[in-house]
Write a protein that binds this ligand. Structure first.
Ligand code: IPD
Ligand code: CA
Ligand code: CA
Length: 266
């Protein structure tokens, strides 16, 4: 049976993610992709990011005034209840800017520092994923299970590249060394969706350096609850240094290669 507090947090996260997803989908100017070649489209996206984060934090704090927040767009409060919300109001900004469908709202709730609830809404896919610690991972009514492991050379693995050119250059070198050892590499453009795709069995694995807690908070729990293994460098938890998620059997050799190839440093 789900802990009533976790159930309350889940329902609140689902409602907030749904409303923020609607705002982002319906509020996206139709000419945003065209504007991308002109003036400063980033400002439009930034405005949408900020509006979505405000919607989420306003809704949650109305119901739970003593919780803390950590949001990409600036929310940063301690709270006194032991619950902290970790929010990326729009993960996949560049896809959103270009009109590509892979972007998401990511909301996690931590209790005493451990993620207990994760919700990732991907409105253009018409999909919302969720997990409560110990309760499995779900897309609506469908329980998610990660794929059975193929041999590494048949594994489809996603990654991401940082916005900073020097960091991307080293990430490209790591990907360059990995590609011949795998089936192929994907670059979806939303870390939260990548992690849910591992959970849903649409990817065998995913890794990235340079993520923040709001990028992986919800997706990491969803991937784990679907049976995936997640971590950072060997023996460590996911972090800014490195985030890895993969089906068991792919995780171990992938994590080892990432360690050997220096995927955890710039
Ligand atoms: C980005 C996306 C992308 C990842 C970047 C993130 P944003 O988040 O998750 O897939 O490669 O590292 O910063 O900026 O779109 O919220
Ligand atoms: Ca993000
Ligand atoms: Ca973001």
């Amino acid at each position: 049976m789900t802990d009533p507090l976790h159930q309350e947090l889940l329902e609140l996260a689902q409602e907030a993610a749904r409303r923020a997803g609607d705002l982002l989908r319906d509020g996206r100017p139709a000419d945003l992709a065209v504007a991308a070649t002109k003036s400063s489209p980033i400002d439009v996206v930034t405005e949408m990011d900020i509006a979505a984060e405000k919607l989420i934090t306003d809704l949650i704090s109305t119901h739970r005034p003593h919780d803390g927040f950590l949001g990409e767009e600036g929310a940063d409060t301690e709270g006194t209840s032991g619950i902290r919300w970790v929010i990326d109001p729009l993960d996949g900004t560049v896809n959103y800017l270009y009109g590509l469908p892979t972007w998401a709202v990511s909301i996690a709730a931590e209790q005493d520092g451990e993620t207990v609830v994760g919700v990732v809404a991907a409105p253009m896919r018409g999909e919302t994923y969720h997990a409560v610690r110990g309760g499995g991972a779900w897309q609506g009514e469908r329980e998610l299970t990660c794929r059975p492991a193929p041999p590494l050379e048949q594994a489809l693995v996603s990654t991401g590249f940082n916005y900073v050119t020097e960091v991307r250059a080293h990430q490209a070198e790591v990907a360059h060394r990995l590609i011949p050892l795998l089936r192929d590499i994907r670059r979806g453009g939303s870390a939260a969706v990548d992690l849910c795709d591992v959970a849903a069995g649409r990817l065998d694995g995913y890794y990235e350096r340079g993520l923040n807690a709001w990028d992986y908070g919800a997706g990491d729990l969803i991937a784990r609850e679907a049976g995936a293994l997640t971590g950072g460098r060997p023996g460590e938890r996911p972090s800014r240094d490195l985030t890895v998620a993969a089906t068991p059997g792919v995780f171990e050799p992938l994590q080892r290669l990432l360690e050997d190839f220096g995927a955890w440093h710039d």
